[in-house]
Every structure is written in C-alpha cells, then in structure tokens.
Design a protein around this ligand. Sequence first.
Ligand SMILES: N[C@@H](CCC(=O)N[C@@H](CS)C(=O)NCC(=O)O)C(=O)O
Length: 210
Amino acid sequence: MKLYSYWRSSASWRVRTALAYKGLSYDYVPVHLTRDGGEQHKEAYREKNPMRQVPLLELDDGRTLAQSVAILEYLEEVFPEPPLLPRDPYLRGKVRQLVEVVNAGIQPFQNLATTTRLRQLGVDPDAWVKEWIRRGLEAFEREVAQTAGRFCVGDSPTFADVVLVPQCYSSRRFGVDLTPYENILKIEKNCLELDAFRRAHPEAQPDAER
Ligand SMILES: N[C@@H](CCC(=O)N[C@@H](CS)C(=O)NCC(=O)O)C(=O)O
C-alpha cells in the first residue's frame, strides 16, 4: 500500500496510527501542503483525490481511498486484528460519536483551505479556529468522562484515540491551552506511551521539517 501524507496533517496521522497499530507496512508518499502553492492542488494529485486533501491510501492493485475515517473503517474490516473498535454496538457508536466530534466538529474549521479562505475574505482565523477547537474539546472531554478507562472508551485504543491525539497536537499549534481538559490529557499521555502512536507522530515522518 501507499499512503499519501503530510507530516503535520492530523487526518494523515490518524491513518498512520491505524496502519502502525495493525502492523501494516506501506510506502510513504509525501504531499507538501504549502510548498509551491501546495502539491495537493497539482493536477497529478487532483486526479487521485479531487478533494485536494491528504490522506489518500492507494492499495496494491492501484485502487484508492480518501477520507481518513473511511480509510480507518476499511482497515478495520480488512485487518480486524488488533481491533480499533469495541465489540459492544453501543460502545462502537460512542467511538464513532467521538470521532465525529473531531472529524466534523473541529478539523474542517481549522483546515488550511478554510483558514486560507478566511484570510482572503479579510477575516483573521485565529479566534475562529480557537472557538471550534474549544467547543469540540469541551464536548469530547465531557463525553469521555463517561466512557474512559486508560483510553477514550475503555482500556484499549480505538478510532477515538486515533483521532484525538493528532487533534491535541493541532490544538497546541493553534495556541489552545489544553490544561482544562484533564481526561483528554491523561488519554493522550497513555496513547503516546504506545509504539504505534509514537511511530505515527509528525516528527517521526520522512518529510518532517524541523
Ligand atoms: N475529512 C478529511 C479531511 C482531510 C483534510 O482536511 N486534510 C488536510 C490536512 S489535515 C489537507 O489535506 N488540507 C489541504 C488543504 O486544505 O489545502 C479526512 O478526514 O481525510
């Protein structure tokens, strides 16, 4: 498999974590999101992903999948062990709820294309981004208070942890203080003790810039 990724992309990080957790090897194809106007906008990449976003997973037979959550679901179905979803249907629903808090409730509002467009419209995106991050993290924090063990839902990592850890990193980059979110910080620490989460970290990627 090939993963089209950018080191600091939170959505790419989700997929990198799932691949690492499931012990799957892949070729890393960097897509630089800012250099030369952004490689995601070049025709060669748009043909692969018309949404002009990373991540994109290319299977060995050349078929592709975009949208990180769709990729996570695919990986879970094809490579079910070790699982990243609980067995219990209600808890699976809870995991997916937490995923959407980040995937639909935060990430689109902080994405590069959104902040770039806001600047073009004369709006400083700083307060905008912080508002959506805080609102989402507050909801996430309250929800995990009901479900967390060592991780977001129980004592094994799930998709919810896979999306949370990159969101913590992005939130700090946008200047959001995470100290009010005690459960989230505890879960993030537990995740980052695991090899899969560490190997998926932006700074461990071949295209990392320091
Ligand atoms: N819902 C998509 C979001 C993908 C996304 O927004 N990717 C960002 C990086 S985290 C991107 O490629 N941004 C490029 C741009 O905004 O131009 C997913 O989960 O894969």
